[in-house]
Design a protein around this ligand. Structure first.
Ligand SMILES: [Ca+2]
Ligand SMILES: [Ca+2]
Length: 323
């Protein structure tokens, strides 16, 4: 069930440092979630965390949503001019564009997708270095801020034995964090003033019901983030040795979506807020896009695994979204 590959005229958008699409068919209120956990509560709770100083400056993303463009808070002047133009052309003034860089160095692209509405998505997977800043933060993340399903998650560190079995290339700190469970990922995003990408567990391959899928597939148009046909060398996929290494995040220039989001195919599979239930660590939650272990052809936008919320794996990490 893969979308047909009719690439829309988005080439110009992909060249802009600040990207914006504004042809929404459905209102955001028509988007339904499978859970009401961290994602659903993200906006208000992230704001609270930021107010409490927990974000420690990493929550700059919140400013992206401010009406009046905000100029992207000074993040990339050249791109902002283009973004402003796109917004005007699209006629949608309720979804101001912006490129925002948090303290964790994770740049977000603000996009609007039919059926999903306005949201921002990290252009890169969260790195080991960024996650370490979260672990080192003072004051530490308040575990009680976790969603109900994560109240028994008392440890935010990646599993040490799992990490010991992982392999990297290049700068260790620029490789994606792995061996974290869903709750750890959700906690990081909340600390950074963001949230996990939202969607439906059942309809994970419908662009109108999954932020991650919408971003990867360019609104359901592409099979892979970079286009309609598999490009074996584009992304970190198809490794057959063991253990297979991750690449530094964003290091493959051909592994980018139409809107400039990197590594949506391969490198590490990514936790999203698409859980079947919201009871606890046994819930099945989705991890998207495959990893270095999946074949080039398999690691498409509709590839999804459904591991338990509390599990960790050396091939699984995450990225954050925001409203
Ligand atoms: Ca944990
Ligand atoms: Ca990935």
């Amino acid at each position: 069930m893969r979308a047909k590959s009719t690439l829309l005229a988005l080439g110009a958008l992909s060249l802009s440092a600040s990207l914006f699409a504004c042809e929404s068919m459905l209102g955001f209120d028509e988007f339904t979630y499978s859970t009401g956990t961290a994602g659903a509560a993200g906006a208000s709770q992230a704001g609270a965390a930021g107010a409490a100083g927990q974000a420690a400056g990493a929550g700059g993303v919140a400013t992206a949503g401010a009406a009046g463009d905000g100029g992207g808070a000074g993040a990339g002047a050249a791109g902002e001019a283009g973004a402003a133009g796109q917004a005007g052309a699209g006629g949608a003034d309720d979804c101001p564009p912006g490129v925002v860089t948090g303290e964790d160095g994770r740049e977000q692209r603000r996009v609007r997708e039919p059926g999903v509405g306005c949201f921002s998505i990290d252009t890169q997977e969260v790195s080991r270095g960024a996650y370490q800043k979260f672990l080192d933060a003072q004051p530490p993340f308040n575990l009680s801020l976790q969603s109900t399903a994560c109240q028994s998650n008392l440890e935010l560190k990646p599993d040490a034995a799992c990490v010991a079995g992982s392999k990297t290339t290049g700068d260790l700190q620029q490789n994606p964090v792995v061996c974290v469970d869903w709750c750890d990922a959700a906690a990081y995003c909340k600390w950074a003033g963001k949230r996990l990408c939202k969607g439906s567990h059942a309809d994970f391959a419908e662009a109108g019901k999954s932020e991650w899928y919408a971003a990867c597939s360019n609104e359901g148009v592409n099979v892979y983030p970079y286009g309609s046909k598999s490009k074996p060398s584009a992304c970190n996929t198809g490794c057959t040795t063991s253990p297979c290494p991750t690449d530094p995040v964003g290091s493959r220039p051909d592994c980018v979506s139409a809107r400039g989001v990197a590594d949506l195919s391969g490198n590490v599979a990514e936790w999203v807020d698409e859980c079947e239930t919201s009871a606890g660590l046994e819930d099945l939650c989705r991890a998207r896009g495959g990893s270095f272990k999946d074949s080039d052809g398999d690691a498409a936008c509709d590839l999804s695994d459904a591991p338990k919320r509390g599990t960790r794996d050396a091939s699984r990490g995450f990225r954050c979204c925001d409203d």
